[in-house]
Design a protein around this ligand. Sequence first.
Ligand code: KPL
Length: 294
Amino acid sequence: MTTKRQWCVVGQGALGSLMAVHLAKQQQRVTLKLRHAGSCDIRFADHTWSFDAVQEIQQPSIIFAAVKAYQVAPLLAEFQAQAVFHKSTLILSYNGILTNEAELLRPNDWHWVTTHGAYREGNEVIHGGQGQSWLGSLHGQTAKPDFFADLEQALPPLHWQADIRQRRWQKLAINCLINPYTVIHECCNGELAHLVTQQEWQDVAQEITRLAAHHGVELNPDDLLQQAQQVVKQTALNRSSMLQDYLHQRPLEIDYLNGFVAAASTAAGWSAPANERLCEQVQSLSSIKSITSK
Ligand code: KPL
């Protein structure tokens, strides 16, 4: 049986919108945190869902925040100033890893890692690729939270992963292996199969594996390559989130992906030249784009 809870969805992107609609379909109470109060319509599968929009969390809620990596710190600073946040549960979902996560997040915050693919066209959300998701905490909390079943019913399949770090590092690796190359070649994910050499991918994967081991997470570079190849196949016609951001001249998540790998490797005492090169290439393409389109 579904328990009715108060949810507040943060992030107007595709995944947040998708989750809002699916929670509402389960008769959960859902508000959207937006810059303006009032209401907000989301179209999904020929149906329009209307949500109350709030600027601040109004009452103790389960906050589901599917945001960009660079939005996490400002969002948490904003929440810290709201008394009701301290009585709320926070589920975060974002690409990449922040160097100061341990200081930013509360021990009882949750991570949702997903392979669902979705995109927005205006106020319509399209669930482009069926995937799966994992829920867990950075601190390896062993008990499933009581909202797990509601989230699972809303957007299945959802797996319980007491220590979510392994999944997050795997996702980091997939994003590092795919996203920057789609910007460099300005291509859909599927085209990478012909454009990126095995050697290039192996170098990137090996650097990530070495860093993950330093952080106590075991990865295998061959498995990472296989997973990336599979994602490239499954999402062949998709534009990666970084390519979409690049084409729309929005900030890129590169500092939290390959940039994170390069910086964290340096901090650990060695270099990660393949990831560093990708980061520099993407940064320079992005600044050229912003200059040439002015
Ligand atoms: O997560 C993705 C993204 O675009 O950010 C991948 C897995 C690369 C799918 O496009």
